[in-house]
Design a protein around this ligand. Sequence first.
Ligand code: ISL
Length: 553
Amino acid sequence: MQKTWWKEGVVYQIYPRSFKDTTGNGLGDIYGIIKKLDYIKSLGVDIIWLCPVYESPNDDNGYDISDYKAISEDFGGSDAFDQLLDGMHKRGLKLVMDLVLNHSSDEHNWFKESRKSKDNPYRDYYFWKPSKHGNPPNNWTSFFSGSAWKKDDITDEYFLHLFTKKQPDLNWENPKVREEIHKIVDYWCRKGVDGFRMDVISLISKQINFPDSIYPNDYGKTIKNYYANGPKIHKYLNELNKEVLSKYDIMTVGEGPGIDLNNGLDYVNVDRNELNMIFHFDHMFIDNGPGGKYDPIEVSLPHFKKVFNDWDIKLKDKGWGSIFLGNHDFSRMVSRFGNDKKYHTESAKLLAMLLFTLRGTVYVYQGDEIGMTNVAYSSIEDYNDVETLNSWHEAKANGKNMEKYLDLVHMQSRDNARTPMQWNSTKNSGFSKGKPWLKVNENYKTINVETQENDTNSVLNFYREMIAFRKANTTMVYGDYKCINEKDEFLFIYTRSDHENRYVILLNFSDDIQSIKHPDLNLDTSTLVISNLSISHSIKELQPWEAQLRKYN
Ligand code: ISL
């Protein structure tokens, strides 16, 4: 297996509008990130993945780009960006840009031209179709509720938008579109960025006969069978790699709804020259029922473990994994996979131990390093996310019980991850001197960076400890992974080993004491290296949410 910086590096993901505001307008900005670079560096991470900061009307908070080469003035413009890149490189930090190439904003010049007439030179930059008997061209629905087609009055045709109406899908079939995209990617490489996170890259190749989905009531199946992994996906990625990516020492990670064990390796197989890594969602969509995330189902630990086990096996020879438990699109990891009440600190640390002891590149989402939790606004008025609001309106139109639906929003809204970063216990959590664009989580007085800086036992300092440990022990990066107890409902036990070291990680994912029933583990021949609790550490049983990292003698 080839060793590289992006396999060994730890990534810190920043959602800029919620990170740090320096102007007082309530919106985080790039100067805010610059101000916090020493903090980021102090975590021990190596790479920053910056969510989109391009020019955008912000229908989907920057995932609708109107100019791929311009940095939004809201965030400080190109001067701020240049200073950020410089400040990062001076500190030995690398920058990964978020690129949204499946769709643009409808305010991008290409789309403004495209909609003008059927014979406009930009018409084929997007997918336009006539209506079918007065209806949209097919039954596809948007990720964000409603039809995936919108009729445009100027030419009386529909355009495809898998996300919001202001995010028309680009037509990669058109070689001119691909050429434009190659130029954009090259532009950022020449500027000196160190990599890209490619938004919904699994969706760029469409089934251009646009068949109706035979699973209109099963969103996951529709994504897998109709939207994702289209016929030319690998041709496009291979071409992008050959024309641009391969010319630079950069890292690429493709985001991929619809990517699964059957097709995942094809995206990252070293022999195929496409991407370095992907984000699959097998563990993140684990609680989605047929109706999607607002139709949640029970999650079992065996299923959760199976996802990690299967993917590790799938990628171990020819690929490389991405290890993450949260990002700007999901509820907070401690609220989702831990216990954010009674065992907040313990479970936040346990999840950190899981992250930093799995094989793959680790991604930490801002705020998770202090155990930030979900928020529960009492009114839908306080929510901002377009996906949350669209699904709310759809549920209302369908006569759902909206009191119950608000509980679902509390559990699943993407705004859970987007509340302002909690820096200290002063007004607005030290995020902004003005009114934050999204309300601060009320628990900022207890959960914040400043308090945790001063507490050696804090979640924050545990992250530092785990990151430092991983960086000093490449067994944690490259070593073999083996799960010991796939079927156990409460404990997750696995080993990491190479020719030099053998470690065992024991995690109790429950509120109860659990006994360790694996005599063959010979834990008496191991020594405790790191634990999340300051008690005596039994090798017979684990306390609620106890996490032990042990090394065999
Ligand atoms: O957000 C989701 C579930 O909570 C996903 O379905 C998500 O929409 C999907 O993974 C794609 O996400 C990416 O592209 C979207 C953008 O809104 C997300 O923020 C981005 O991460 C459209 O560009």
